[in-house]
Structure formats: structure tokens, C-alpha cells
Design a protein around this ligand. Structure first.
Ligand SMILES: [Zn+2]
Length: 111
């Protein structure tokens, strides 16, 4: 399970969100590559209402900030069973283009 993520070709730092220059060395030599991204959910919340109705279609959305060992914190939807403190693996959300979803790391490794 991989996630397309932007990296600096000069220093190797991961970038999130994507940007025009590296957050560490300011190089503009950036590339997107598919990477296995794991992390720990450090905060969570629920969106009940939004100015974009498509955002909450199908019920409230649980979201969280995921601290990755790559040095970035990534905002992701939380799959069932994921809460603050959970170890997760991130992937693109199949039914919400552009969104990222956090799955329990143990569940993914077992399947
Ligand atoms: Zn860099």
C-alpha cells in the first residue's frame, strides 16, 4: 500500500503538502514517487458540516493528523478502528479523489 508523496531530489526530505521548493533546503528539484507511508495518529476530529456538501456526504467524516517518520504530519481520513495513538499506514482514498485515508497498520499487515 503506497501513497504518492513529493520528495526533494537534493536532500531527500518528504514534502507535505506538495510545494514548489523543499521545506528543508529550498531546492526546487522535487519529484513525486509512490512510497509506503506509516505513522501515528496524533490528533483526531469529526467534520459534521462543511461548505462543500460533497465533503460530508454519507455522514460525518473522522479526520486526523498523522505524524510520519518521514518528518511530515499528514491530514487523513480515519478508517474504522483508527483513533489517536493508532499506528497507521496511509493510502489514497478510493472513493474520495485527492483524499488520503489512514488504515490500522496491523490490519493491513495481516491481510
Ligand atoms: Zn531538500
Amino acid at each position: 500500500m503506497t501513497l504518492p508523496l513529493q520528495f526533494c531530489r537534493t536532500c531527500g526530505a518528504a514534502q507535505y503538502p506538495s510545494r514548489d521548493a523543499c521545506r528543508v533546503c529550498l531546492s526546487d528539484a522535487l519529484e513525486v514517487r509512490d512510497e509506503t507511508v506509516t505513522g501515528t495518529v496524533v490528533s483526531e476530529g469529526t467534520i459534521h458540516r462543511s461548505l462543500d456538501p460533497a465533503l460530508v456526504a454519507g455522514g460525518p467524516l473522522r479526520i486526523g493528523a498523522v505524524a510520519s517518520p518521514l518528518g511530515v504530519r499528514i491530514i487523513a481520513l480515519l478508517a474504522p478502528g483508527v483513533a489517536a495513538g493508532s499506528c497507521v499506514i496511509l493510502s489514497p482514498c478510493p472513493d474520495r479523489p485527492g483524499a488520503i485515508i489512514a488504515h490500522p497498520a496491523q490490519q493491513v499487515q495481516a491481510s
